[in-house]
Ligand binder design. Structure first.
Ligand SMILES: [Zn+2]
Length: 493
């Protein structure tokens, strides 16, 4: 018997606006698709949060005993600079600016994406398909949509006919928009566009002569529209109807709305039972934006090299911090909140370490079974990680009481408590026991400080061979020295 058989899991469905009891299409199996990154720049923190939420969800499903096929794509073509099917391809633009091939851009930022996610201890998805690897499938879907009469070809490009589709279907049902508002709010065509109506979106675009990323098709040498790749890849790997589709809430419209329209137009069925969207994040209460300087890049936590951070933070502390907010709530980053999270995280790890040597007695002054049930209830209520973490801390409090001989636990209850807390902390939340600010890391800082002092003495004596050697050998073991106007600091990675 699998765990999921006696758990009732409720998940908030963006399509209905309600929490629903989760029932997969095929018992024991889950198909989940999450829109992956467009690999034209370093992954930003908002993306990390979205993918971390789905990593936690993937982990919990697996823990419950489901066989999960988790598909997360890589967008390596077709994503233009704006949503109105205009502007340059984001990857081609970066390639032009950096004077490299588009596929070099793709490679560079795919590697960066994977490295960042590995640092935060993400599980890899089951399949990670690319848009350029599925051009044939995308062309096939366009042919079907044309055959069904929901698209039209003009000058080598093919557009989805939103008004025609809306006569028999409901365009806007996911994002809660109706067609009249869309018509009213969409700016009129500028004469450059071939579209019949501004609401229509591209399924295939004819490439301009200077456009490098192009493929042959029945209509022109060109490239597929961005929305189409997700329909092609989700259908190919998860079927015409699957359980869960997720992404950041900024993708609801137009991206996910268009995915629904494409799938319904081509195979006549609503593609997804449950749509899940993660909320955005802010920094010190303000929207994160490079242009205003109000932003943190994922790597900044490990180098400490950011004006909003007073020190470095480990990946597990950042992960813990992010999971302290529910995935549908706005998450506000600040240095103080991170410092508080770090304290909590260390306390949790200390309690886990203490479990090994905890004395056992004849009675238990804590309802372990009920606590365990509460941990599952928190997760079963739309993956409520903040409530789960609060439950974990009630166990931490009890563990510390036992440690101080103020409470007692039996051997059997200790085993249950220990197994449960390990499961939730490491398997479900995906944290790693690398506490910062503990005794070991204090010793490490003291040791590095000694070396920093020896290095500045060497430099004062003009012994640069020695000072460089200290710097390089520390770097070789993952400790980076940074010389600033207030002296030398270090970071570990
Ligand atoms: Zn997508």
């Amino acid at each position: 018997m699998q765990l999921y058989q006696n758990q009732e899991l409720k998940i908030y469905n963006s399509l209905t606006g309600k929490k629903e009891i989760f029932k997969p299409i095929n018992e024991g199996h889950i198909g989940m698709y999450v829109c992956g990154p467009t690999v034209y720049s370093n992954v930003h923190l908002g993306n990390v949060r979205t993918f971390m939420s789905f990593d936690m969800i993937f982990r919990y499903f697996k823990h419950l005993g489901y066989k999960v096929r988790y598909v997360r794509n890589i967008t390596d073509a077709g994503h233009l600079e704006n949503d109105a099917d205009e502007g340059e391809d984001r990857i081609a633009k970066r390639a032009r600016l950096e004077q490299i091939e588009p596929m070099e851009v793709v490679q560079m930022y795919t590697v960066d994406f994977h490295n960042t996610l590995n640092t935060f201890n993400f599980l890899p998805p089951s399949i990670e398909p690319t848009a350029t690897g599925h051009i044939i499938e995308q062309i096939e879907i366009i042919k079907t949509i044309l055959d069904k009469g929901f698209a039209y070809e003009i000058n080598g490009s093919v557009y989805f006919d939103v008004l025609k589709f809306n006569e028999t279907h409901n365009y806007g049902k996911l994002s809660g928009r109706n067609i009249e508002d869309l018509i009213h709010n969409t700016r009129s065509l500028d004469g450059q566009s071939d579209k019949k109506n501004p609401q229509d979106f591209a399924l295939w675009k004819k490439a301009e002569p200077q456009h490098i990323m192009r493929w042959p098709s029945p209509w022109s040498d060109g490239f597929p529209g961005w929305h189409l790749e997700c329909t092609a890849m989700s259908t190919k790997y998860l079927g015409e109807q699957f359980d869960i589709h997720g992404g950041g809430m900024d993708l609801k419209f137009p991206h996910h709305e268009c995915e629904i329209a494409q799938a319904e137009a081509s195979h006549g069925k609503s593609p997804v039972n449950l749509w899940m969207h993660t909320n955005m994040l802010t920094l010190n209460g303000q929207k994160m934006a490079k242009s205003t300087g109000n932003f943190i890049l994922p790597n900044d936590f490990f180098t400490g090299d950011n004006k909003h951070l007073s020190k470095t933070f480990s990946a597990s502390v950042v992960r813990f911090f992010m999971l302290q907010a529910h995935y549908r709530s706005i998450l506000d980053f600040s240095n103080n909140a991170l410092l508080a999270s770090e304290k909590g995280f260390n306390k949790l790890m200390e309690a886990l370490n203490a479990l090994v040597n905890l004395p056992v007695g004849n009675t238990t002054d804590f309802d372990v079974e009920n606590w365990k049930k509460n941990c599952y209830s928190a997760m079963n209520d739309d993956f409520n990680t903040p409530i789960l973490i609060a439950e974990l801390f009630s166990a931490v409090k009890f563990i510390n009481q036992v440690k101080d001989n103020k409470a007692s636990i039996t051997k059997e209850d200790l085993e249950t408590l220990s197994a449960t807390i390990h499961t939730f902390v490491f398997d479900v939340l995906g944290l790693q026991n690398v506490s910062s600010g503990n005794e070991d890391s204090d010793k490490l800082s003291d040791t590095v400080e000694v070396l920093i002092k020896l290095r500045s003495e060497a430099r004062a004596n003009k012994n640069f061979a020695l000072s460089d050697k200290i710097r390089d050998e520390l770097l070789a073991v993952g400790i980076q020295l940074k010389d600033g106007k207030d002296g030398t600091s270090f970071s570990t990675n």
